[in-house]
Ligand binder design. Sequence first.
Ligand SMILES: Cc1cc2nc3c(=O)[nH]c(=O)nc-3n(C[C@H](O)[C@H](O)[C@H](O)COP(=O)(O)O)c2cc1C
Length: 387
Amino acid sequence: MPVITNIDDLKRIYERRVPRMFYDYAESGSWTEQTFRDNSSDFADIRLRQRVAIDMTGRSTASRMIGQDVTMPVALAPVGLTGMQCADGEIKAARAAEKFGVPYTLSTMSICSIEDVAEHTSKPFWLQVYTLKDDDFMQRLFDRAKAAKCSAAVITVDLQLLGQRHKDLKNGLSAPPKLTVKSVANMMTKVQWGLGMLGTKRRFFGNIVGHAKGVKDPSSLGNWTNESFDQALDWDRIREFRKMWEGPLIIKGILDVRDAREALNVGADAIIVSNHGGRQLDGALSSIRVLEEIVEAVGDKIEVHLDSGIRSGQDVLKALAMGARGTYIGRAYIYGLGAMGEDGVTRALEVIHKELDLSMGLCGVTDVKKLTRDHLLIPEDFAGRWA
Ligand SMILES: Cc1cc2nc3c(=O)[nH]c(=O)nc-3n(C[C@H](O)[C@H](O)[C@H](O)COP(=O)(O)O)c2cc1C
């Protein structure tokens, strides 16, 4: 068994074990990948203030996100095609999250369906919803989430149009993967992955095939996807979704104070400051840079969460100290899943938890809920003077 001490260890194993097409799918940002890179490097620019001779015993990372108890305020972000990174990937990730005591968010574009994940887990998970034109499909998606006892809906608002990732086009990314000479040659070197895929029936978009009008099989999915994403989305349309779903609602993909206020006005319970992990608008600022401004504007009225760029417990600490009430990891757990299945997701969570706990202690903080900006050293003008 390899010794895993950080998220990068998992990423190295992940790269070896998963077909290139799916590694590239996760490990890319849009266009030049500037925002994708900034997400991590901006976290690295923030330093921690060491304190000593403060009683550090009895530390706790326990907190709440939208009123739900969490072992640490780190949820698993929705990641499409998770079940292509590892057979039955969504079920494995959801189970690891459940055992660890953190929320799991299932993507609309998942391989395992809502019902399938519900059947194989015992605690409620959250469902991420894309904003599609098809009212029937949307209402049914919310109804299915309710029937599966999902405890929150996460509406992603930053994907009216799909950002371009060069590698996905060049690799011909699809689920199940297209069989070309190059992709087959590569997949043949990924024995464990291949055996897993042969052993499962879950290889298509489980929430869509058989549920969306006219999508009876994977071949009709492409057309449906192109036609379904709603470029005309506006806040009135989001208000209609609010009516379709009465439970806790989180709006994901906010980077601007004006949009944060709109999300507050439609009655969301939380927003996620997110640039989709650098996969949508290349050139947008990193989430951590815009966090403080958004917290200042709406943080006393709505829970502000953050994702994009978190690779360690120290990143989590920084986001919380800057005012986020919760955080999400995307790639950090996907590396674990592709490397070692459910155990790998657990490892990723353990690594992040340990880093968070140790760093809190060394900063002289015993309760994660008491982290503040005073525990950080932030470069002057970190938020920047962008005109
Ligand atoms: C491979 C991949 C697929 C994703 N699919 C979705 C998705 O289906 N729905 C969604 O709202 N966000 C999706 N995201 C964005 C994540 O939810 C999250 O915002 C992002 O991964 C956070 O950045 P990080 O990976 O640096 O932690 C995806 C991200 C990745 C890496």
